[in-house]
Design a protein around this ligand. Structure first.
Ligand code: G6P
Length: 360
């Protein structure tokens, strides 16, 4: 067991800190670099022959559970942007409950770290029987690594893989070429940026110490980082056994605002992208209600986001908007980890949960 943990106290902690390496592995052989340090293209071996069919599909559906669902949700905007195809998300069990419509013209993409989750496998059978083109994004099925890990590095790797899929789907378009090159360059630099953001470990430990006795935590995100809010809340629930809720910030005024007072801790994800102004106004409204604010912003933005310095700030490095969720989740994973240790729960064996849910 100690060999598996290496120099770390817990496996989860090791996984969080190994993400620069898992990102490098994810991109190896897939992100092909050209001259002058510039990325040149994307090579997705297994999908090479299917890209044309996917480009012709009427709709792309991403299907998964838990963290895998969240990873696909994080990558939806860039798949829509670069493929021009409508994209929808399905929670595997909900799709099955509804027997939702799936057609031959659909591409159904199944996201599962273990490749063994029963709900996801059943949804795959269902989509196949409806004639959809079915694609899987998973670690090696059956591998001990896939079964023995916590899914933290799976989350960030799955997002990177789906972004690469979006790039591959869009690579016949001239109009998005500049954008695609910018994304590929940032993908290349991602492992070093993840390494940078891991340096927030001490800050997140401090924040965890402040929050350890709380009952509940709200996390607001939107756009590219709605999924970050959901995934932060899922991890906090799953390992630290604290109630947490990820909320799409646009819905704040439609209910959750009523919960806000000076005691309930809140995290607002407000890194730079097209919805920054809206997030600033969310922060303003939360301040008016005396909310206990922790704001995640882009490096250098602390003053600008919270001029009166009443918020606790988590500053993260900037990358292309569609890759920002990969950076933003890392400090929140560290928060969930430290919360768990402080609260005295078993970090490496979450209560009531199986690593792979192979039953219904
Ligand atoms: C279980 C785990 C979750 C995980 C989900 C999907 O419920 O507790 O952490 O996200 O399964 O797992 P998969 O292997 O399909 O990605």
């Amino acid at each position: 067991e100690q060999i598996r943990k290496g120099n770390f106290e817990h496996l989860l902690q090791k996984e969080i800190h190994e993400q620069p390496d898992s990102q490098t592995m994810t991109m190896r052989g897939r992100l092909i670099r050209g001259g002058e340090q510039k990325a040149k293209g994307i090579l997705l071996g297994g999908l090479k022959d299917h890209l044309k069919t996917i480009r012709r599909s009427r709709r792309i559906l991403f299907i998964g559970c838990g963290t895998s669902y969240n990873a696909a949700l994080a990558a939806i905007p860039v798949v829509e942007e670069l493929s021009g195809i409508p994209v929808t998300m399905e929670i595997a069990s909900d799709l099955l409950d509804r027997q939702g419509p799936i057609y031959r013209e659909d591409t159904a993409i199944f996201v599962s770290q273990s490749g063994e989750t029963d709900d996801t496998l059943q949804a795959l059978e269902y989509a196949k029987s409806n004639g959809a083109l079915c694609v899987g994004i998973t670690n090696t099925v059956g591998s001990a690594i896939a079964r023995g890990t916590h899914f933290t590095n799976a989350y960030t790797s799955q997002i990177a893989v789906i972004v690469m899929l979006a790039l591959a789907l869009g690579d016949d378009s001239l109009s998005t070429q500049q954008r695609r090159t910018a994304i590929m360059d940032d993908l290349y630099n991602l492992p070093s940026k993840v390494r940078d953001v891991l340096k927030l470990d001490k800050d997140m430990k401090e924040l965890a110490a402040l929050l350890m006795d709380e009952q509940s935590l709200l996390v607001f995100g939107r756009g590219y980082n709605y999924a970050t809010a959901l995934e932060c809340a899922l991890k906090v629930k799953e390992v630290s056994l604290m109630h947490a809720e990820g909320i799409v910030a646009g819905e704040m005024k439609h209910g959750p605002l009523a919960l806000v007072d000076e005691t309930l801790p809140i995290i607002v994800i407000a890194t730079r992208d097209a919805s920054l102004n809206k997030q600033q106004s969310v922060i303003q409204q939360l301040k008016t209600r005396k909310g206990r604010l922790n704001v995640m912003c882009t490096e250098g933005d602390a003053e600008f986001m919270c001029p009166d310095r009443t918020c606790r700030i988590i500053e993260v490095p900037k990358v292309q908007d569609c890759l920002q969720p990969i950076i933003n989740i890392v400090p929140l994973q560290l928060l969930a980890y430290h919360l768990t240790v402080f609260r005295g729960f078993n970090v490496d064996q979450p209560r009531n949960l199986a690593k792979s849910v192979t039953t219904q």
